[in-house]
Design a binder for this molecule. Structure first.
Ligand code: ISJ
Length: 157
């Protein structure tokens, strides 16, 4: 896979965790939105952007877009489970999923910084490949556009 495809696959992988996040929360009577956790995720993303030479404001906005889409995926699964309960068991949110989401967030920044150093910013030319790379259920076309528009604004600082 190309460097851009690998980056897009990592973004898709982060979104792939959200079904398990939603199921863990449903089983444990937790709300989907966790504002305190979002602050931690965004702060880690800004720190990681600085470490890899990415513009912090645009990187922050991209992570806010990823969080918005992450919650939309979770609400859509929760709606399904009202009439058709889930039968599988999720991975543990605290011990497994959240640490892995932070690792993936850092990996996204590493891959993005390397891409921009070699090719310049992500541009409209990559949009079709981006959309094809996002294969997780319940990511809508407008979700993909929100993500891609934020992604292509990121530059090196
Ligand atoms: C993924 C989660 O669900 C939501 C989405 C978040 C994210 O994408 O990082 C963070 C907090 C929650 O509002 C979570 O709770 O960890």
């Amino acid at each position: 896979a190309s460097q851009a495809e690998s980056l897009f696959n990592t973004i898709n992988e982060r979104l792939s965790y959200m079904e398990d996040v939603a199921l863990f929360k449903a089983n444990n009577h937790l709300p989907i939105e966790d504002v305190e956790r979002e602050k931690v995720v965004v702060k880690k993303a800004i720190d990681s952007a600085a470490n890899h030479g990415l513009s912090p404001q645009q990187t922050k906005a991209f992570f806010q877009a990823q969080i918005a889409v992450a919650k939309a995926i979770q609400y859509r699964h929760r709606a399904d489970w009202l009439s058709q309960p889930a039968s599988n068991q999720p991975r543990d949110l605290h011990q497994v999923i959240r640490p892995e989401l932070l690792t993936l967030g850092n990996q996204i920044n590493v891959e993005l910084a390397a891409y921009i150093e070699q090719n310049g910013k992500i541009s409209a030319k990559q949009e079709d490949m981006f959309k094809q790379s996002i294969t997780v259920k319940y990511v809508s076309e407008s979700d993909k556009e929100l993500l891609f528009n934020a992604l292509k604004k990121i530059e090196l600082k």
